[in-house]
Design a protein around this ligand. Structure first.
Ligand code: NI
Length: 135
């Protein structure tokens, strides 16, 4: 029987949703206010879920300090108080929707966390809008 543990954190970032392959009118139709050229910010809430067996020695699934430090070093340091479009390699050519941000965070952390664990990312862009990856 596996157990899931969760680490909750947050970061603040600016972004603009825009697809350069579309016309200005199409961008505005699809992305609305999120397409405004001078960017806007969100207080992103991030919940990282790690699922695995409880280690019989420690009683932990994963050391939460280690997990917290991984998220801080590889996600928060990278995205907090940044403009995602302008300041990050990941979103230079990728539209920074909540869906894509969740996938990017998944890929970053997947490469840092032992494959014996399952990983899930939940990202809140607003209190009411959030994304799970994988679904
Ligand atoms: Ni937005």
């Amino acid at each position: 029987m596996k157990t899931a543990v969760y680490r909750k954190t947050h970061f603040n970032s600016a972004h603009r949703l825009h697809n350069p392959q579309l016309s200005a009118e199409e961008n505005e139709r699809i992305f609305g206010k999120c397409n405004r050229p001078n960017y806007h910010g969100h207080n992103y809430e991030l919940i990282v879920k790690v699922t695995g067996e409880i280690d019989p020695i420690s009683g932990y699934v994963i050391d939460m300090k280690v997990l917290a430090d991984l998220i801080k070093e590889h996600v928060e340091e990278k995205f907090d108080h940044r403009n995602l479009n302008l300041d990050t390699e990941e979103f230079k050519n990728l539209n920074p929707t909540a869906e894509n941000i969740a996938r990017v965070i998944y890929d970053i952390l997947r490469s840092k966390i032992d494959i014996k664990f399952d990983l899930g990312i939940r990202l809140y862009e607003t209190e009411r809008n959030f994304v799970d990856f994988p679904a």
